[in-house]
Design a protein around this ligand. Sequence first.
Ligand SMILES: C[S@@+](CC[C@H](N)C(=O)[O-])C[C@H]1O[C@@H](n2cnc3c(N)ncnc32)[C@H](O)[C@@H]1O
Length: 193
Amino acid sequence: MDKEYWNARWENQQTGWDIGYASTPIVTFFNTFPDKDAKILIPGCGNAYEAAHLLEAGFTNITLIDIAPRAIAQVKERFTGQQIEILLGDFFDLKGDFDLMLEQTFFCALEPSQRPDYVKQASRLLERKGGEIVGVLFDVTFEKEGPPFGGSAEAYEQLFEKEFTIRKLEPCYNSIGPRQGTELFIRMAYKNG
Ligand SMILES: C[S@@+](CC[C@H](N)C(=O)[O-])C[C@H]1O[C@@H](n2cnc3c(N)ncnc32)[C@H](O)[C@@H]1O
């Protein structure tokens, strides 16, 4: 799935993943996260509802990236005049150093063969600051061929454990209604050395 695939999904409004608001597990996490100046990356941001919530909550250092020009055009319009970095591009080419990377239906949108590269790229983006990936991953095997592509706690543990200390990988207690029982909440910290 490349840029053309994703942009066509946006152009044709085939955006079934879009819940229309910031997801509860992420909102709950940030309710008690103390550092409002943390440098936060939201890859595959789509409509970036989480970013709107974070700006309202006083977070000052948010970067969005999405590969689909249509998604980024919408987001740029929505956030006009606000203090936020909005990038059109491929997550895998991104350079920078972040404290936190938010995961909300981006990992599941990638081909499973790209998962090791996701882990490598996340560790590059988080290593300088000793940052963390925070958010939700699906804990389900989907009947249809993805995206979305599912997975399991065991598989994620194996995938991430070389580069990250797994601080949380547990059934999500506060998923939104339609996703209840299908998500894991994750908090994975870049492992130094
Ligand atoms: C399933 S959607 C999720 C959007 C948003 N996170 C949400 O939950 O509503 C996946 C998004 O990732 C974007 N995307 C896919 N591959 C990408 C890549 N390599 N780099 C950046 N964005 C990508 C797509 O354009 C799409 O907007």
